[in-house]
Design a protein around this ligand. Structure first.
Ligand code: Q46
Ligand code: ZN
Length: 330
């Protein structure tokens, strides 16, 4: 197959665009495609300071590289989750982020969950009986927002791609999750202590971000987070890939169609956000979910150092307090 622009040998064919491109023509196309998404949703301008949440994977590192190549002021933000996994997952992913930071000459901020919360993600899961991804998601959202305020960034950018967004949409529609549907959009404007959040790769497929990383020799971590294995979204992705294969462009049409009717799911009144009495970050309750999580981890740590008999007595009163907090989120 030949490149549509220069007739050289193509390295990628994108059936949804009926477009084949060679290695030299691919990056300019990807950059232009990303720039058009940024403009379409009015995500940010060249005077804004952007904080890119990087995980060491192909999507977030491709995004950081692309924003830099497009001339945006984009620094990286890496959250060290303290996940060891098979080959030291967190260490490896951090290294990939540091390598790219050095290469593009941009700042990489690193924050460690173990220092912030008092324990790394695997221990938090053990100590709180909370699902790893639920605790991890809460912590990441909180730290990103707080850091963006403290370091005076205008907007937080994440590397979610088309396949991610469509899988989440599919799940939200299957479960008629109105609250999540109301908030599923590539731009969430700043409000009451929450920084603006954007997803500039929302129209780029996983294949496109992978090829961008390969063409630009971006070293990224190939292993999935050990907790991602078996996640429901993976099975949704497989179903959607089949539909896309039969009718290229299905994913993009599904997503764009939803964006057009999204207003139907808007909540009449978004819950009011107030500053957490402990940390000052926005929340709907007196003490935010993040501060409650820290308290829980510390309490469990303290409990574990007590003799077994005392734990039994104290644990009864703890579960009563926990259920009172159930269902409350920041
Ligand atoms: S990093 Fe964290 Fe993901 Fe790993 S623990 Fe789950 S949420 S799967 S994006
Ligand atoms: Zn708080």
């Amino acid at each position: 197959m030949k490149c549509r622009k220069c007739r050289e040998k193509a390295i990628i064919y994108m059936p949804e665009h009926r477009l084949a491109l060679c290695a030299a023509c691919y990056s300019p196309w990807f950059l232009d495609y990303t720039e058009r998404t940024i403009r379409k949703f009015r995500m940010f301008s060249r005077t804004d300071r952007i904080l890119v949440a990087v995980s060491g994977g192909k999507d977030s590192l491709s995004l950081w590289h692309a924003l830099n190549a497009l001339g945006y002021e984009a620094d990286g933000f890496y959250i060290d989750l303290g996940i060891v996994g098979r080959d030291g997952y967190s260490e490896q992913s951090k290294r990939r982020c540091q390598e790219l930071a050095e290469r593009i000459g941009r700042r990489l901020h690193i924050v460690r969950v173990a220092e912030q919360v008092g324990a790394p993600i695997p221990d938090i899961t053990d100590l709180t009986a909370r699902q790893a991804c639920s605790a991890c998601g809460l912590i990441k959202r909180y730290l990103m927002n707080r850091y963006a305020w403290e370091a005076d960034y205008d907007v937080i950018a994440t590397g979610h791609n088309l396949d991610d967004e469509v899988a989440v949409l599919f799940s939200n529609v299957l479960n008629w999750n109105r609250g999540y549907l109301a908030r599923q959009y590539p731009v969430l404007d700043e409000r009451e202590g929450l920084k603006k959040k954007v997803k500039p790769l929302v129209y780029a497929t996983e294949k496109q971000t992978t090829v961008y990383a390969l063409v630009n020799r971006i070293a990224y971590i190939r292993d999935e987070c050990p907790y991602a294995v078996g996640a429901t979204t993976l099975s949704y992705k497989a179903i959607l890939a089949q539909l896309e294969h039969q009718a290229p462009g299905t994913k993009r049409r599904f997503l764009d169609g939803f964006y057009q009717i999204r207003a139907l799911f808007a909540e009449p009144e978004a819950p009011e956000l107030i500053p957490c009495v402990r940390c000052g970050q926005p929340t709907t309750t007196e003490v935010c979910a993040y501060c409650r999580l820290i308290e829980h981890v510390q309490r469990r740590r303290g409990l574990l150092s007590l003799p077994a008999r005392e734990i039994e007595t104290l644990e009864g009163s703890e579960s009563a307090a926990d259920s009172a907090h159930a269902g409350i989120s920041s």
